[in-house]
Design a protein around this ligand. Sequence first.
Ligand SMILES: Cc1ncc(COP(=O)(O)O)c(C=O)c1O
Length: 394
Amino acid sequence: MTQLLRPALAAARPVPSLDEAPLHLRPTEVEVDLGALAHNLKEAKRLVGPAVQVLAVVKADAYGHGAVPAARAFVGAGAAWLGVAIVEEGAELRRAGLVAPICVLSGLAGDEAAALVEHRLTPMVYRPDQLAAVARAVRAAGLVHYGVHLKVDTGMGRYGALPEEVGAFLDALRAHPALELEGLATHFALADQGDDRSMAEQRAKFDAVAQSLSARGLHPKLRHLANSASLLDHPETHADLVRPGLMLYGIAPAARLKRLADLKPALTFRTHITHLKEVPAGFPVSYGATYVTTRPSRLATLPVGYADGLPRAVSNRAEMLVRERRAPLVGRVCMDACLLDVTHVAGASIGDEVVLIGRQGAVAIGADELATHADTVSYEILCGIGKRVPRVYR
Ligand SMILES: Cc1ncc(COP(=O)(O)O)c(C=O)c1O
């Protein structure tokens, strides 16, 4: 297989010996530019200024980029905190040796308090039973002090105590002297939509909760609200800590936000042509024959399909890059393969690199473009890139 690769690809990937794990033989891969991740983190830091800490969100395997290498890049570039969705993700980072504070953003969903404390992860909590579970685990671990962050639901409707539930939460907190209310957090529902009224309403509710805490003598040292969109668009939400995710991977959460920061997309999703054929007009292509050639055509088969995270919804819609030209995806995306019409790409050959997301010379395709074709968001495209696609780091 390797002799089919173009020289640049072959040089970047030596053939592994068969007893090495994991094998990386197929030409479909994700390349992550760690320098771009570090650049984007520094850009976030520049935008918020030295008084505000940055929590780098690395949940969902760092939005498909690989949690451990991404977390290392972010910490190396100055992230004070890391953010994960679930305890298992935090444990993975600890096992890899990351010692930065890690916040579990989704709180506790079940019986994870012991593992949470064992790995010294900081939970977002919002119910008395969660406080009790963390306090039990803290006691069992022989600790006398543990930080928690209160998540307030100011309008997202997902996790968090409603403002009217905060009083009961604080009453419950008094029963657990080992727990320190280190943080107070909320999450915006419409930050990427440019809906300033909703942002202001959520902020006002958050400020009112902060004041009610103050009235009880509680002054959490980390107030945090901002995701990427609010970091970029609403400096008044920066508070003590910001929680960017998507922008750290080089993607703006909305087209109108692109100009507000110098972001470098870090991920390239590529494969190469493994088969080529000349077919006449009237030739049906792939399952369901949803595409039939209208002229004599050159079709390239690519070893990437929906099991790798190329959504079936982009069938007959998306384009990819070959020899720095855009080529249309024709016919239905299969589980392990798809087809490109390369009739207009002079010299297209077996072994040519094909870029699904990323840059090829002077041309580029963003995750947002693929997302538009799939009627979804860049987030889902990035986290949907399958486990069997090896990640390589530059
Ligand atoms: C609580 C919380 N904070 C921050 C983020 C980061 O959001 P974004 O990737 O839009 O910056 C997320 C992601 O969904 C989140 O759930």
